[in-house]
Design a protein. Structure first.
Length: 95
């Protein structure tokens, strides 16, 4: 782990990993809200600020692409970190 500017703190995740997680979180929340409003008519008030169901469907499609593309792009651009992560989560010990 690298040290941060504060000598009492260690950086657990790189900036790129934190950025990826924030992008993924934001896209998930947008997909959740637009998807719920498309699925359940009584929740249409959620997408009223962006113009209703038609714009919500378009936003939902684009954010769906981003939700899929972000991890793929991260895995390609940061392959060493991605491979280390995959190795860590797929290695099990006896307990």
């Amino acid at each position: 782990m690298k040290h941060s500017d504060n000598p009492k703190m260690l950086l657990k995740h790189t900036f790129s990993a934190r950025l990826f997680h924030w992008v993924h979180l934001i896209t998930f929340v947008v997909l959740l809200l637009t998807g719920l409003s498309i699925l359940a008519p009584y929740l249409n008030w959620i997408v009223a600020p962006i113009g209703g169901l038609k714009p919500a469907a378009v936003v939902h499609q684009y954010f769906g692409l981003l939700y899929i593309a972000a991890p793929l792009l991260y895995a390609i651009l940061k392959f060493k970190q991605f491979a280390t992560f995959m190795k860590r989560i797929s290695t099990f010990d006896k307990d």
